[in-house]
Unconditional design. Structure first.
Length: 365
């Protein structure tokens, strides 16, 4: 037990990676009950230890850990082509604006740990062990699978920490993990999306309502809510990619819960390429909406992302706010979920249900 008391005090019993406190009792009945609770928890702990061991592989884009990582990181994103001096300086200045480094790496670790802990409380049949694999910086997805193989684990459940599916984004992660794991004879169950989860919608509904409370009710008709995700190349739409439709569906589900009239979809953080990307861009949309409706307040909801990082802290909190300031409008931004338990529960529920379906399991407790 951690604390200032006796080091031999055993009031906290670990089950998997979750600590549950047990209160000491003075009378015999309470002591008996206390002992039964301890016995049950120890048995649950042993069940968890002896359950089927599966690697939980949480995948994310990755971010530079320090200034020295910026150049190799963006060179990797560009498939080995280094950014120009001007591009590098621009990137460096963006990171400096948000404090030098993005909080993404730390938040990804916290999200992954919370997800693994939650999953291990949802089933006694499986003992999930956490691994993190990143797309553009170490530990790479392949590094994580190498570690899984070294640990003798023969099955992976993977999740990309983003709510919507696209063949251009999530599918690329899923193919990468599946192909590399198959070479090592490791079974993989991938997951496409989790935006439909009730707790996902609940989290964002609460977050948006929190911003609406900062605005006088008589100004609600002058308030626009812009729901956004990372833009992708427009060419995916020609191949029936569901990405844009899923964002639209998410906005609809939220609007049903909130009841606010003025909710719009926008896109942000498009890549610096010559090909067209999905629009409208959130900044262009802001100008358009002020011209059409004369909105006074804007609430930006970048729910295609799961936490604060460069695209939110710079693209929203600086660039979108700059547009609002120019137009004489008030800028608001919904709080990002990070490792909020409601949000983590949404991912966990989706992951467990996806695992059941893909492995023909009717019951998993």
């Amino acid at each position: 037990m951690n604390g200032d008391g006796d080091e031999d005090d055993d009031d906290d019993v670990e089950i998997g990676e979750i600590e549950i406190g047990v209160n000491n009792a003075d009378d015999d009945d309470d002591k008996l009950t206390d002992q039964k609770h301890r016995t049950l928890k120890i048995k649950m702990k042993e069940l968890n230890k002896n359950g089927k061991k599966i690697a939980l592989l949480c995948m994310s884009y990755g971010t530079p850990y320090n200034e020295a990582d910026i150049l190799p990181y963006y060179t990797h994103i560009r498939h080995g082509h280094m950014p120009t001096t001007e591009e590098y300086i621009d990137l460096k200045e963006r990171y400096e604006f948000i404090g030098g480094v993005s909080p993404l790496a730390i938040t990804t670790q916290k999200q992954a740990e919370a997800l693994c802990n939650t999953l291990n409380t949802m089933t006694n049949d499986i003992n999930f062990k956490l691994y993190i694999g990143l797309k553009h910086i170490h530990p790479f997805i392949e590094d994580a699978i190498d570690d899984i193989s070294k640990d003798g684990i023969e099955e992976i459940v993977s999740v990309v920490l983003t709510p919507h599916y696209s063949s251009f984004s999530v599918e690329m992660y899923n193919k990468r993990v599946t192909q590399y794991a198959e070479d090592k004879n490791i079974k993989v169950t991938t997951m496409k999306q989790f935006y439909e989860e009730e707790k996902f919608i609940k989290y964002w509904t609460d977050s948006i309502n929190g911003q609406l409370k900062l605005i006088p009710e008589y100004e609600y008709d002058q308030t626009a809510i812009i729901i956004s995700a990372h833009s992708l190349p427009e060419k995916i739409l020609a191949h029936d990619d569901p990405y844009a439709d899923q964002l639209q569906e998410t906005a609809h589900l939220i609007q049903e819960k909130i009841g606010h009239k003025y909710i719009f979809n926008g896109w942000q953080s498009e890549g610096n390429t010559t090909e067209p990307w999905i629009g409208p861009d959130v900044q262009d949309l802001t100008y358009e909406l002020v011209g059409k409706y004369r909105f006074k307040n804007f609430i930006y909801v970048p729910l295609g992302f799961t936490c604060e990082h460069l695209e939110v802290l710079y693209d929203n909190d600086y660039e979108c706010k700059k547009v609002c300031d120019e137009l004489g409008c008030n800028y608001y931004r919904a709080e990002m979920p990070g490792s909020n338990q409601l949000f983590i529960d949404a991912i966990a529920n989706s992951l467990i249900n996806n695992y059941k379906v893909n492995n023909d399991l009717l019951i998993m407790k």
